[in-house]
Write a protein that binds this ligand. Structure first.
Ligand code: UD1
Length: 359
């Protein structure tokens, strides 16, 4: 029996871990324990995901949150090391690009515990993003890199990974597995049912580059206020954004909603007209549900969406207005397979099985 410790902390990691945890439970030969760093802690940012997605209850919650990057990552490192000492895992599994990801990978690496990174090889080429730093460092200290796309594999090759002793595998994207599985499972809530079908825009904003730059935040708020005059905007508001809007005195002139759970998110994606976001995950989820996306960022890691014309980067009010107008009249969406076949979870668990046969 191989003991796997899965490190999660932030919302998108709960979604990704749900998929792989289900695959572990089906396979034999693995004991998985989940460690929640505590980075996200509100009921609707954390608990609801564990409940709805039936993720095993975390064996530990380290309760590290609401701190600067240094203190947050440092405290996580310290506490994770203690857990690893006690649990003596055969492998530590980390997801994505958050402070919880780098803390998990670094603590394990220093203790000579093998590390597997799910969603490896992504790059935005913007070193000002904390997530980009987390990605690059996590990839470099991991033993197995599960890449969702061909682009991710090419990014690693360009960084010289052919000469680094790491297993690199194209697994497909676990978020695609999640979208397929939970779409079938879930039912729309009364709130979602009350929305005009195919006639509202789904929006999320929380990235530091947007929330922490008052000028950018102002352009986004104005653009959304304007769009909402024409078509209803549904905006589940991230706590970071809520705090920043209040701090700089910017006002959305429509009612926002609290962050929603994954099951409602899937239903919102399925029913919306198009998506406006700065989230990494939501850009892809829009694609899974055949919705066009406007991304409020200078770069994206998911370049294949841009190349195929289903996602557009937006950096000014003018760009926003003209593309929003275009998408309100758009009815076509291309048939493409960019993120695997929806069996990434299974592929990852099979691959870990093989890894342990030889290591
Ligand atoms: C983090 C990740 C980001 C990921 C995002 C998903 C890093 C560097 N960033 O950003 O990659 O896309 O999660 O949401 O790890 N807060 C609450 N309640 C919560 C969670 C957060 O009030 O449940 C507050 C925190 O106290 C903090 C702010 O929101 O003041 C931001 O939270 P933080 O965890 O620092 O980063 P995110 O913006 O969520």
């Amino acid at each position: 029996m191989k003991k796997i410790l899965t490190i999660v902390g932030a919302r998108p990691q709960f979604v990704k871990a749900a998929v792989v945890s289900r695959a572990f439970a089906k396979a034999s030969g693995f004991e998985e324990k989940i460690i929640h760093t505590g980075q996200h802690f509100d009921k609707n940012m954390s608990d609801v995901f564990f409940e709805e997605m039936e993720i095993p209850k975390p064996a530990y919650n380290l309760e590290v949150n609401s701190l600067g990057h240094g203190a947050m990552t440092g405290r996580m490192l310290e506490k994770l090391e203690e857990v690893f000492e006690k649990e003596e895992p055969d492998m530590v599994l980390v997801y994505g690009d958050t402070n919880s990801t780098i803390a998990g990978a670094l603590a394990a690496r220093k203790m000579h515990i093998p590390v597997a990174h799910v969603e490896a090889g992504l790059r935005s080429f913007n070193m000002k993003m904390p997530e980009e730093v987390n990605r690059i460092l996590t990839d470099r200290i991991s033993d197995i890199l599960y890449c969702p796309t061909e682009t991710a594999i090419q990014n690693l090759k360009r960084e010289g990974y052919d000469n680094i002793d790491t297993v690199i595998e194209k697994s497909g994207d676990v978020m695609y597995d999640a979208a397929l599985f939970y779409k079938e499972k879930g039912e729309a809530s009364d709130f979602v049912k009350s929305l005009p079908q195919n006639n509202f825009v789904l929006c999320t904003i929380h990235r530091a580059e947007n929330t922490d730059d008052p000028e950018r935040l102002a352009f986004i708020v104005n653009a959304l206020n304007q769009l909402n005059q024409e078509t209803k905007v549904v905006l589940p508001l991230h706590p970071r954004t809520k705090k920043k809007l209040a701090e700089v005195g910017l006002k959305l002139d429509f009612e926002t909603i609290d962050p929603v759970g994954y099951l409602d998110m899937v239903q919102l994606l399925d029913r919306c007209k198009f998506v406006v976001t700065d989230s990494g995950g939501l850009q892809k989820e829009a694609f899974f549900f055949k919705k066009h996306c406007l991304t409020l960022r200078e770069q994206t890691e998911w370049v294949e969406l841009i190349e195929n014309g289903v996602n557009t980067l937006i950096n000014s009010g003018e760009e926003f207005t003209s593309h929003a107008k275009r998408l309100l009249n758009e009815t076509n969406f291309p048939e493409l397979e960019l993120y695997g076949k929806g069996n990434a979870g299974e592929m990852i668990v099979n691959s870990l099985d093989k890894y342990f046969e030889t290591h």
